[in-house]
Design a protein. Structure first.
Length: 307
């Protein structure tokens, strides 16, 4: 059986400003530090899966600008199969503007650019390569119509689907029924079940309700409180690792990409979640999206030190 992982999603250039505090409307906050890095939820997950040891193919759309050249070079350095990365002229590569405060919290604005040009024609061109993969990992950062199209394609071709509904968007129940693992935080769960999800008890209830809508299981991220995992054989909170956060950007992406690698390797759910949680914990101690993503050896050492 193939152990390849396909990530279908977004790629961005991240423009990061570290600031003492977030500005209020109309306020200018000085004393910032600027950094330019690579990001995008799909790209972050692809890099995370690859650095964790996964055999990764990435489907995305870039512009034809200088940023696209830099992004492609980085993917190749990370050992990601780039044969299904497309480019579209007349549109910029996706761009994210990120502010990070002194507590490591962030606010993000995204211009999708070429990400929203990824369409059914691109999937058709990639389909021959995608027949060789075992798992397809998706995010909510795809255009809603494209996300639905890919989910239909995965159902028709029998692909296992890991769906990370971030950023949050509404998705009808009919598109969830063939999902093997749904990954959400409290906000994303709230959008899907259409009622408030606040605190651990409500998050657990939401996870169990969502588990009735999918083929497989659900993981509800509880931030520093860990992950609530709901499968046929398991309902349990897996604790998070305690670290000092510098920047939480991409922590969820690191978790999802690393989890995909762990599951494809055959780890049991609890072991896979701990593996992913360790990778995410390492990532928040570093600045930036892709620069923060750990490699396999780092994850293994962290788990050994925190066993």
């Amino acid at each position: 059986m193939s152990r390849k992982i396909a990530i279908i999603g977004s790629s961005n250039i991240d423009l990061i400003m570290q600031v003492p505090k977030f500005p209020a409307a109309g306020e200018t906050v000085s004393g910032g530090v600027f950094t330019q890095t690579f990001g995008g939820k799909g790209a972050n997950q692809a890099v995370a899966a690859s650095r964790a040891g996964g055999d990764v193919i990435f489907v995305t759309c870039l512009g034809t600008d200088h940023f696209a050249e830099l992004i492609m070079e980085r993917f190749e350095e990370d050992g990601i199969d780039t044969t299904t990365i497309f480019q579209d002229s007349g549109v910029s590569t996706g761009t994210a503007m990120i502010m990070v405060d002194q507590n490591g919290e962030n606010i993000i604005a995204v211009a999708p650019g070429a990400n929203f040009r990824l369409n059914e024609r691109h999937l058709a061109k990639a389909s021959l390569v995608l027949t060789k993969v075992e798992v397809v990992l998706l995010q909510g950062e795809l255009h809603p119509d494209m996300l639905k199209h890919v989910l239909r394609w995965c159902a028709e071709t029998g692909k296992k689907v890991l769906l990370n509904m971030a950023p949050a968007q509404h998705l009808e129940a009919e598109y969830l029924k063939d999902v093997n693992l749904l990954l959400v935080n409290e906000t994303e769960a709230e959008i899907l079940i259409n009622r408030p999800v606040k605190g651990i008890d409500q998050a657990k209830q939401a996870g169990e309700e969502l588990s009735q809508l999918v083929k497989g299981g659900v993981i509800v991220s509880l931030g520093e409180n860990g992950s609530y995992v709901v499968t046929k054989d398991l309902k349990e909170i897996i604790p998070a690792f305690k670290v000092k956060a510098v920047d939480t950007t991409a922590a969820g992406d690191v978790y999802c990409g690393t989890l995909a690698t762990a599951l494809v390797e055959g780890m049991e759910p609890k072991e896979a979640v701990r593996f992913a949680s360790a990778a995410a914990a390492i990532s928040v101690t570093r600045l930036g999206a892709q620069p923060s993503i750990p490699h396999r050896k780092e994850i293994e050492v962290f788990l050994s030190d925190n066993s």
